[in-house]
Design a protein around this ligand. Structure first.
Ligand code: AMP
Length: 426
């Protein structure tokens, strides 16, 4: 199906072509016509499916069709969990709007940076606001904007919004929105909290379930390599050298590990950088630009820092430390194999985290063969105290043996920020 058959104006199909999108992805084919008709949408879609353009293109068409007043009034609100994702969505909106006959004003707001420039940027209003919930509430409290004219609300990565403890902020924001509006909810996974939110928010939504169909599943070769914890950096170097990957995203559990692994790779002459919560916004932007442009080969990142980062043509993701939860595993490996390209997701399995990986496999209904690499065969055996369930001090991502309550999740999100400073296993 070509872009021209989705109901988009010529200026927007041209904008899609300018991004080198030759044909719509599955979620774009399904969502764009429905959004243009004003329907609510509930979409299960991973990062990499093309979901961002699936809502940005129709939002732009709605904006083109609307009357523009002065000051500008917020017509569309996009809520998402992290600043990286906010920046990316903002970039895509701006890029897509470059060839349009009117000048779009997008405001991208997120916490962790000074509020003043964001308040300045909102002077004169904005057409589309892309925001993380906490900062948006702060800006509203400062009278920097109102939501009274929002006609379309997008919740992007809704599962992650709730995981990170934004439920209360979301509730406050929803109460400020006009009751009659279009609602679009995108989520990689559908835990009960997201289902409840969808029921509360959406009216007779079009249900799009891209993640479930085999032909649209990203082509990701998942591998599990057994290795002693202490030899992971050496194995990583070996894999980098033997495979010749041009860009690799390595996930670790802590800031400390990110810095340590990065330092070791750099000492071995590999161009590597760390990305974690201590990095300034400027540093983050620089490393992301460097890996995109090919100046940087390896990015060593924590989950929170890497969330939402879009690195096109990323061939490999390495789980140096395992993710804390099966949901995070899906988010991590979704960094590769995007928009039809194939990718590889490698997990290092050391004795102490073998049980945790089995749990991830069980929840994902996976069973990966264990590989060993010549020269890196493991010799450690599991410490029974750590290999059991419900232990969370391994540094390998923690082990969860029972379903977490909502409160546990909130506490965990808060604790994760703090524990990022803890060193990982040797
Ligand atoms: P997303 O799922 O929105 O994070 O998009 C993932 C990647 O897919 C981004 O790098 C987009 O540039 C790319 N992409 C989105 N739509 C298309 C398309 N129709 N054709 C090719 N690539 C696309």
């Amino acid at each position: 199906m070509p872009f021209t058959s989705l109901g988009l104006q010529a200026a927007l199909t041209q904008a899609a072509h300018n991004q080198d999108y030759t044909a719509p992805t599955a979620i774009q084919s399904a969502a764009i016509p429905a959004i243009l008709q004003g329907r609510d949408v509930l979409a299960t879609a991973q990062t990499g499916s093309g979901k961002t353009a699936a809502f940005c293109l129709p939002l732009l068409q709605q904006w083109l069709n609307s009357r523009q007043g002065s000051p500008r009034q917020v017509q569309s609100l996009i809520l998402l969990p992290t600043r990286e994702l906010a920046v990316q969505v903002g970039h895509l909106l701006r890029d897509l709007s470059l060839s349009l006959p009117r000048r779009l004003k997008v405001a991208v707001v997120f916490g962790g940076v000074s509020i003043n420039p964001q308040m300045m940027a909102l002077r004169g209003g904005a057409d589309i606001v892309v925001a993380t919930p906490g900062r948006l509430l702060d800006l509203i409290a400062h009278n920097a904007l109102t939501l009274s004219s929002v006609s379309t609300l997008v919740l992007d990565e809704a599962d992650r919004l709730l995981d990170l403890g934004f439920a209360d902020e979301l509730g406050s924001l929803l109460a400020m929105l006009p009751p009659y509006r279009q609602n679009l909810l995108f989520s990689a996974t559908f835990p009960s909290a997201v289902r409840q939110l969808a029921e509360q928010l959406l009216s007779q939504p079009l249900r799009i379930d891209i993640a479930q169909t085999a032909d649209t599943a990203p082509d990701i070769n998942q591998r599990a390599i057994e290795v002693d914890a202490a030899r992971r950096t050496m194995l990583l170097r070996h894999l980098l050298q033997s495979h010749g990957w041009d860009r690799v995203l390595v996930f670790v559990a802590s800031r400390h590990t990110a810095d340590r692994v990065t330092g070791k790779l750099q000492s071995a002459g590999i161009s590597a950088a760390a990305l974690h919560g201590d990095c300034s916004q400027g540093q983050r932007g620089q490393v992301v630009a460097d890996i995109k442009s090919g100046r940087l080969q390896v990015l060593v990142a924590t989950d929170v820092a890497a969330r939402g980062i879009d690195i096109p043509r990323l061939p490999v993701v390495v789980n140096y430390d395992l993710p804390r939860s099966p949901v995070d595993y899906i988010h991590r490996i979704g960094r590769t194999g995007r928009a039809g390209a194939s990718g590889e997701a490698i997990s290092f399995i050391s004795a102490d985290c073998a049980a945790h990986f089995k749990l991830i496999e069980k929840r994902q209904q996976l069973q990966l063969p264990r590989e060993q690499i010549a020269g890196f065969e493991p010799t450690d055996t599991a410490n029974p105290a750590q290999a059991g369930l419900a232990v969370d001090h391994t540094g390998n991502g923690g082990i969860k043996g029972k379903r977490k309550s909502k409160k546990d999740k909130l506490r965990e999100a808060a604790a994760q920020q703090q524990t990022e400073d803890q060193p990982d296993a040797p």
